[in-house]
Design a protein around this ligand. Sequence first.
Ligand SMILES: [Fe+2]
Length: 284
Amino acid sequence: MTPEHFLGFGLGLRTDHFQEVIDTKPKVDWFEVVSENFMVDGGKPKHYLHAIREHYPMVMHGVSLSIGSTETLNLDYLRQLKVLVNEIQPEWISDHLCWTGAHKSNSHDLLPLPYNDEAINHVVDRINQVQEFLGRNILMENVSSYLTYTTSEMSEWEFLNEVVKRSGCQILLDINNIYVSARNHNFSALDYLNGIDKGSVRQFHLAGHTDYGDYVIDTHDHDVADSVWDLYRQALQRFGWISTMIERDDNIPPLSDLLTELDMARNIARQTLGQHNCEFINNG
Ligand SMILES: [Fe+2]
């Protein structure tokens, strides 16, 4: 059996592929759109968004919520987000469990939080505010990281579990981010996967990285690495059928290359979990 909320296998919708998606209706079960790219009235991106939405389910993924920041939540941003939610009726909305700046300056980076009770209280309170404002629960994504805090008191997965338990949010688990952070901080990626509560994960991200030997950077400009495919197999074994997406943000290849990668995800899921639900779900 597969969970009711399993959407299948999706791609991040990228500008380079707008017209081809409309013209060819590729074998993609759903698309993830970056919310901030469509928070405008009218214009070409909105035109394409609506045209593609007519044929595909969508989920919305944000990069600007800054849920961990100590500044007040940006109500203008939340209002615009809500307008977009009402327009495209996504299956779910996600952002990152991170902070992006302080003192009115934006670092444009997804910065990790210290993993302690104070940060849990802070983040849970803010997630609750966002969920109340939007009238629905959201998904929080684990970020890749390149630093740790001396004030952390628990593992990242214990932190995530507690945030989920107390806020009712769910997890967008980025498999590549786990791999990157595990390599950078020398912990076991498998311990991370096995530490996350079953039932709390709604979506997987798969992406490429750049391996510099001593450290790994989450660049999203390569194919998914073999080591991340291996971890994906382990994630499927633990969490079962979870909606899976290839997240490519730079060095964007032809759509056909991403479709081949998506088929690889389908095949791995089929090999790992059996035949159910691996066929193309969305019929356009
Ligand atoms: Fe991601």
